[in-house]
Design a protein around this ligand. Structure first.
Ligand SMILES: [Zn+2]
Length: 260
């Protein structure tokens, strides 16, 4: 039997028996791991506060065969600001579900862990950041960090850099994962329907997220005129990349109060 110690975020908890949980935990070095946590629902458990959903904790684990069994958990950050607000809670559930979907097991997922920690920090502690911006930027950045970045920097047909021509729009093809400039798309009217037309402002916001440092992924602003198209694109891009929908997203829309 081996003892391991790692830091991680609880992405999911499944209750079983009366007092036990199976936790899905995102770690830096081992990616997603499944941890059996016995007795943590009991009020006598010293580990219970560190194994709640969204808790960032240090886990001491006993490993035998292919199973991880919790020995102790020490809370590093509970992100309690999320729990008092139903809309933030629903959004954090969605972040946890899409992270669990995109992150892998037995691989280094340091960047994904850092991204989720930054996103939870914003939700819990940054009252000034609009939720729509955090949601959209997280959706896009998660896809990028997991190896699915779209290409927005230049036209795939003529190579013109975005913003350097007279074009006011870019045209994104989900099938090709690339943009075409206005001039090139107008030359090929047959397939215009396959493109998503986006303003330069939206394109620049998308380029910002693609190229930003992980801890700055949501450090930008976008005016009200362009925000809805940016949000629509980021959500659609994530769903298109995942090739599935997410229950937690439906739940988020069922309770959300914000505009976009
Ligand atoms: Zn072009």
């Amino acid at each position: 039997m081996e003892t391991l110690t790692f830091d991680g975020i609880v992405l999911k908890e499944v209750l079983y028996n009366d007092n036990d949980k199976i936790l899905t935990v995102l770690t830096a070095n081992k990616g997603i791991v499944s941890v059996t946590a016995k007795g943590v629902k009991s009020i006598k458990s010293k580990n219970s506060s560190a194994v709640q959903l969204f808790c960032y904790s240090e886990f001491e684990i006993l490993k035998y065969k292919n199973q991880y069994v919790l020995k102790t958990a020490t809370l590093k950050d509970g992100f309690y600001g999320i729990r008092g607000d139903v809309e933030k809670y629903a959004l954090a559930c969605y972040f946890a579900e899409i992270t669990a979907f995109f992150a892998t097991s037995e691989n280094d997922e340091t960047d994904v862990l850092r991204l989720l920690l930054n996103a939870l920090f914003i939700l819990a502690k940054d009252e000034n950041k609009p939720l729509w911006l955090t949601k959209a930027a997280f959706e896009l950045k998660l896809a990028c960090v997991c190896g699915f970045a779209p290409q927005f920097d230049y036209c795939k047909t003529c190579g013109a850099e975005t913003g350097t021509t007279s074009s006011k729009y870019v045209y994104f093809s989900f099938a090709d994962n690339e943009i075409v400039c206005e001039e090139c798309v107008s030359k090929n009217t047959d397939n215009t329907a396959d493109f998503k037309k986006l303003t330069l402002s939206v394109s620049f916001a998308i380029q910002y997220v693609i190229h930003s440092l992980i801890n700055r992924f949501a450090s930008f602003t976008l005016d009200d005129k362009n925000a809805p198209a940016f949000c629509e694109f980021c959500e659609k891009y994530l769903i298109y990349t995942a090739e599935r929908s997410f229950e937690s997203l439906k739940f988020y829309y069922s309770i959300k109060k914000q505009l976009y």
